[in-house]
Each structure stands twice: as C-alpha cells, then as structure tokens.
Design a protein around this ligand. Structure first.
Ligand SMILES: *Cc1c(COP(=O)(O)O)cnc(C)c1O
Length: 387
C-alpha cells in the first residue's frame, strides 16, 4: 500500500485532541470524573436533547436503550435488513426477536410500508437506521409507531450532524431515544464510545443505571433506608458499560470540530456528485427522505456490476492497487449465518439484495483534499474501463 492510500474513512486527530487527552492523564480522574458529564452535556446541547448518557461503545448504547425500553423475550422489534449487525444484535441480547423489513433498493433506507406489514401483537419497538447519514422517514415511522403503541430508537450511528425537517438528528422529536457511535471512522471519535440521547427523564435515569451494574446511590431512589454513606443498592441487572474521562476528553475536543468536519464532508460529497455525473455506470445512492440534510458518514454509490460486465471484488482490488480503499455497507443482516439459522431468507428482501449487490463506499473523511476526490473518480473511470 502506498503512503497516499485513501481508506474509505478515517479519524482526524490534531495536537489539541492529544493535549486534551494528556491533560486528563495528569488529572485525578481517569474514569467517571468531570469529563464524562461535560461530554454528555456538550453532546446533548449539540443535538438538542435533554439528556445524553455516554457508554463504552455504540453497541452498548443500543443494548442499554433496549434495556431501558423494557424489551423482553416475548417482544419483537422492527429492524431494517440493511445495517450493521449491531442494530439487530442488541435485540437478541434481550432474547427478543428482530423482525427484519425490506429497504428501498436505491436508498437502502427502511420502507415505512414494509414496517406496517411486519407488525404483530408482539411488536414493541422500531429501530430505524439513518444509513450513510441520510435520515430515514421519521415522521412516517412515528405515525406507524404511535398507532401501534411502539417505542422508536433511532440508530443514528451514521447521522451525527444530519438534519430532518431542519431539526438535528438526536433531538428525538419523533422518537424516544437515539444512539450514536464514536468509533474512529464515525464523525467524531473517542477511540471506542457511544451515547444514547433522550428527552425523557425516566428513560435517562434507567440508561444510567444499566450502564453501571444497575446500581443506585441517590437517597431518593433507594428501596430501603440507607444505613450510611457507603450504601448503594443494585436494583436491576446492569453492566459495566462506563466510558472513561480519557475518552470523553477526546470526544469533547472532537465535538468542537464537528461543524468543520461536516462542512468538509459535504464539500467533498458535492465534488463527488459533480464528477461522478460524467460516469454513466456510477451513481450516488438515492437521497431517500425529502427535507433532510445528510451528515455524509459514507459516500456510497450504486454500480450495476452486471451491466458493467465486472465483478465487485475485482473492481475493489484494482482500485486498491491504485491507492483507493473501498468498502461494502452492508451485507443484509438476515443473510448472516446466525440469522439464517433463525429462519430468515435473502429471498424475502429483494430491495436489500438489490442495494447490497450494487453498493460501494468510496473514501470520505475530513482530511481528504479535493484532488483526492478527483483521483478516486479517475481511478474508478479507469477500472470500469472506458466508462
Ligand atoms: C458503528 C455502528 C454501530 C455500533 O457502533 P460501535 O461503536 O462500533 O459499537 C451501530 N450501528 C451502526 C449502523 C453503526 O454504523
């Protein structure tokens, strides 16, 4: 791999991020100190939610959200067929059943009509995914959820900084909770990290409890009289999903740069849009919902590899040789061996399969230069041959 290899995504770490982390290393608290609360406040304010509860990673955020939602073995949860496996796995952690629904073949986003058809007496929640940073149809989904008495948990791991009807994703206007991930390839990073945001005081309290073993210290929350200052109660079965002050110091420093990162991602995406218009075999994924602004976590395109007479693996390989990293987001979850053994079949998801067969994510991250976009598009034109 050459020095100027372009991966599909990567973190941007500056000297001020490093200084913020070092400062915490020299302080009294490495974990559960002031930085965690500061990071939670800054995140909640940024997305317009009352509460943010930060946890060890985005998957833990999904897990505590499912716990706070009261998910149990008898419940079903609607999940789009195209997402990262964590979106479905968090339901299985509760021994409940994810019910996969098909997505639009050109946007990969959940189809509200498909949700309607998948509802049963046991359906308890919907977990829509804002794939690549484009918000799902929250208003339509909320209508379905309200009618059926369901909770909605947004998997917003791709969508920090996206807007829906001019409101920030994460203000949970149309849902009960939204989760974010701070993995290095996401918009801002804490190394590993995640958070749940909500406007509901009760849910926030439950999320904090599940994050820390189910333990309670607040005298107002205790079930029994406190015998002294050492006293705590474990009232439910929780986990150690705490995030550290070291991570949150990095997250705070990164959040300050979110607007700059987003602007850069949007500028690069617009350049891709313009240059790719010249390549008939390649088009960006469909926008999906109207009145939204993508956070451009990914720049995914659709290529009809059959029409191009090429297979995707060899296209990826040749791009790699030209210094261009690509990735496929995602293999439809119901086709994974674990879920096939639970009875799911690819044939039931024609939209997801059509999206999966054509999708490819091109390099996109804030440190890319405009000329890097030109390089990617040139390489793509060359590899697809005379296109
Ligand atoms: C990244 C991601 C997650 C999980 O986040 P981790 O921090 O890696 O655990 C969940 N859902 C989606 C759609 C993601 O992309």
């Amino acid at each position: 791999m050459s020095d100027d290899f372009l991966p599909f995504g990567r973190q941007s770490i500056d000297d001020d991020d490093i200084a913020a982390v070092v400062e915490v290393l020299r302080s009294d608290y490495l974990t559960t100190g002031p930085r965690v609360a500061e990071f939670e406040r800054a995140l909640a304010d940024r997305v317009g939610a009352r509460h943010a509860v930060a946890v060890a990673n985005g998957t833990a955020a999904l897990h505590v959200a499912c716990l706070a939602a009261g998910l149990k073995i008898e419940h079903e949860v609607i999940v789009p067929a195209i997402s990262f496996v964590a979106t479905a796995n968090c339901v299985r952690y509760r021994r409940a059943e994810p019910v996969f629904v098909d997505v639009d073949p050109d946007s990969g986003l959940i189809l509200p009509e498909a949700v309607d058809a998948a509802l049963t007496e046991r359906t308890r929640a919907i977990i829509p995914v804002h794939l690549t940073g484009r918000p799902a149809s929250l208003e339509d989904l909320q209508e379905v959820a309200e009618e059926a008495g369901l909770l909605m948990i947004e998997d917003a791991a791709h969508a920090l900084g996206a807007t829906y009807r001019e409101r920030p994703i994460g203000d949970t206007r149309w849902s009960e909770m939204a989760i974010f991930s701070f993995h290095p390839v996401k918009h801002v990073t804490t190394g590993e990290g995640g958070a749940v945001v909500t406007n509901d005081d009760e849910l926030a309290e439950r999320l904090r409890r599940y994050r820390n073993h189910g333990m309670v210290r607040d005298p107002r929350e205790l079930e029994r009289p406190s015998p002294g200052p050492w006293y705590y109660e474990q009232q439910v079965l929780g986990y150690n999903y705490r995030i550290t002050d070291v991570q949150c110091a990095l997250g705070l420093s990164q959040l300050r740069k979110l607007d700059r990162f987003l602007e850069r991602r949007r500028t690069l995406a617009a350049r891709y849009d313009r240059l790719l218009a010249e390549l008939p075999l390649v088009r960006p994924v469909a926008e999906g919902t109207r009145q939204t602004e993508s956070a451009y976590y990914l720049y995914s395109v659709l290529i009809d590899f059959r029409v191009a007479g090429r297979d995707r693996a060899s296209v990826m390989d040749e791009l790699r040789k030209r210094g261009v990293g690509t990735q496929v987001h995602y293999i439809p979850i119901p086709t994974q061996p674990y879920y096939q053994r639970r009875g799911w079949q690819a044939e039931d998801f024609p939209g997801a399969m059509a999206y999966y067969e054509r999708t490819l994510s091109l390099p996109l991250y804030p440190a890319m230069a405009d000329t890097d976009v030109d390089r990617v598009v040139e390489a793509l034109a060359e590899v697809l041959g005379g296109a």
